[in-house]
Design a protein around this ligand. Sequence first.
Ligand code: ZN
Length: 426
Amino acid sequence: MKILIKNAAVINYDKEEKCDIYIVDGKIVKMREGLKEEADKVIDASGKMVLPGLIDIHCHLRDPGYEYKEDIKTGSRSAAKGGFTGIVAMPNTKPVVDNKSVVEYILNKAEKESVVHVYQAGTISKGLEGKELSEMGRMKEAGIVAVTDDGKPVMDSGLMKKAMIYADMLKIPVISHAEDLTLLEGGAMNEGFTATCLGIKGITRAAEETMTSRDIILAKTTGTPVHITHVSTKNAVEMIRTAKKQGVKVTADSCPHYFSLTDKACEGFNTNAKMNPPLREEEDRLAIIEGLRDGTLDMIGTDHAPHHRDEKNCEFDKALNGIVGFETAFALAYQILVEENGFHIKDLVKLMSYQPSNLLGIEGGKLAEGKKADIILIDCSKDWICDPDSFVSKSKNSPFSGWNFHVKVTDVIVNGKIVIENEMFA
Ligand SMILES: [Zn+2]
């Protein structure tokens, strides 16, 4: 298959250029102006931005075990609709991904059913129990790109230290879900004014911050890297900033909901705003934005966490944590970071494509000759209103229903194959 993209305004993390892109058998063969190569398909990108496909370091595809919420096929299509051409699935499935055979099952299924590149994370501990290390080495042979007990923290500091040393030997990142379970005390949302008004028990920021500091200290002590995921508090951002200045090998991500919402979204007992870590307050939201601006937070992950309607349509305390994220992530990043906070579109490419590919050691993150053709086209003057019922994801648990966005992913090419053309799946 030969594709020629004409009149592309190409945005990489380090430069913008106007050129044509010629793709042959999945690879970008030529990138320059005035190409007249013969192609099976010509795409006119006039008026659109052309970006490397987005890469999500953190999502839940729920497959195997919870296919009523999402599966590899629907999850990958939802990702593509949001402009993601590569996604990292968290291992808290049923069975959990703590051994080679589950990794093989998922990657084989993804090979057949996914429309984007699916990368798998393995667990840190067997059975996500936080007691013994999983079969990391064998899972690495089977293809995992990271280890994490996401959904649960590794409470045992000794085990976390061993995991960091071992993962470093295997050259894969350890992704830390930083939360001290002993500090939750039955809370269901951020501790603060809104929780008090609603009469809901709050979760102290200290639950996230004590674990963030522990993992930074372990990284410093061992000299090995750690990646802190879904950072949500101002203090956690400050701790990571200080650690980086000291040369600690810590990287971090935050999610679109933490820079676009506060705990006020929980008003009216809105369970679609219930997540873990919980939505915080305005000063935290602003700190996340500054962290993304100055590079303290290296990247944006979605934490796409689909749930069935019945798991959200209940009392706030009982509702499950998480929101769907793929289909709104880029629009939110553009609206909050670019339009409202003066980020450049190149910064989004860095945060949502280049940095994740770099950390994970996977292809992508940049459009250049010789690179894999994972490409997205963006229309920057397309108004649309978020309607979760129109999501491709099986689940609709989004707090962004009714939001008005101004930017849309219109075309998605994965491995040189057109997955979405003019907003329609091929
Ligand atoms: Zn998590």
